[in-house]
Design a protein around this ligand. Structure first.
Ligand SMILES: [Zn+2]
Length: 240
C-alpha cells in the first residue's frame, strides 16, 4: 500500500495542499464485481475538494451509463444491478435512505426520453441501437457532454501521474473528443509504434507519446468495452 502524503500537489487542480487524499483514477464503484479484492487499483494524490467534486460527477455518470449498458456483459459485470439497487427504495436501511432513493429514482425517470425512432444525432458512439436486439420502444437518458469531458480529463491527468509521476502543467491543454471506432483505428494506426497500454478490470487506456514532440500525447480511454473517449495533450498556444 502506498502511504498518502499529508501535503503536496493535487494532480487535478495542481495546487499545493495540506490535506491530500487518494483519488481513484478509475472510480472505485465502476470496477466490475468480478474484480479481485487484492488487485492494486490506480490511485493518485488529490485535494479533498477535487476528490469530492469528482465523486459527485462519477456518481451521476454511473447512474446514467449503468442504465445504458448490457446487464449481461462480463466487462461491466454487476454494474447495472448496483445502479438499479442504488435507486430502489426496497434496498434502503432506514426511512431517510428510502426517501433519498425514491427521490433519485423519480428524478431519473422524469429525464427518460421516449423516441418514435432513433434520433440521427446526439448519440454517444457505441450507445446507439445494438444489432440483433429487439427494442419494444426506444428510450434514452441524457448524459452531460461536459461531465464526460471532465471525466476524460481526470483519467488523462490520473494516468499521466500514475505512469510517469508527472503533472499536466497549466501551459498544456487537454483536448477531448469522441469519434467512432473506425476513425479511432485510423489514429491508433498512425501512433502504433508509440502505443502503451494500461488496463484494469473495466478500463483500458492506450497512450501514445510521440518522439517528434515528447510533450504531446494521445490518449484512448475505453470503459467496459462500451464508453470510448479520446484526448490529445498539447502545449497551449501563446497569445501575443
Ligand atoms: Zn485539487
Amino acid at each position: 500500500m502506498t502511504k498518502t502524503p499529508k501535503s503536496g500537489r493535487c494532480v487535478h487542480c495542481l495546487q499545493n495542499v495540506d490535506n491530500l487524499t487518494r483519488d481513484h483514477v478509475f472510480p472505485s464503484a465502476w470496477y466490475p464485481d468480478t474484480t479481485p479484492e487484492n488487485l492494486q487499483r490506480w490511485t493518485i494524490p488529490s485535494c479533498k475538494k477535487c476528490n469530492e467534486e469528482y465523486g459527485k460527477l462519477e456518481e451521476d455518470l454511473l447512474l446514467r451509463l449503468g442504465m445504458c449498458i448490457d446487464p449481461e456483459d462480463a466487462k461491466s459485470s454487476g454494474i447495472t444491478d448496483k445502479v438499479l439497487r442504488s435507486i430502489d427504495p426496497d434496498y434502503a436501511n432506514d426511512r431517510t435512505e428510502k426517501q433519498t432513493r425514491e427521490r433519485k429514482r423519480n428524478k431519473i425517470k422524469k429525464e427518460i426520453v421516449k423516441w418514435e425512432a432513433i434520433p440521427p444525432i446526439g448519440l454517444h458512439p457505441n450507445f446507439g441501437v445494438q444489432n440483433n436486439v429487439y427494442y419494444p420502444e426506444y428510450l434514452s437518458i441524457p448524459i452531460s457532454a461536459d461531465k464526460l469531458e471532465r471525466l476524460c480529463h481526470k483519467i488523462v491527468r490520473g494516468i499521466t501521474y500514475f505512469v510517469a509521476q508527472t503533472f499536466i502543467e497549466s501551459d498544456f491543454e487537454i483536448q477531448f473528443f469522441t469519434i467512432d471506432d473506425k476513425a479511432a483505428q485510423t489514429i491508433l494506426k498512425k501512433y502504433q509504434e508509440h502505443l502503451e497500454t494500461y488496463d484494469r478490470p473495466g478500463i483500458k487506456v492506450v497512450r501514445a507519446m510521440t518522439s517528434d514532440n515528447p510533450d504531446a500525447g494521445f490518449y484512448a480511454i475505453e470503459i467496459w468495452g462500451r464508453l470510448k473517449m479520446y484526448a490529445v495533450i498539447k502545449p497551449k498556444k501563446l497569445s501575443c
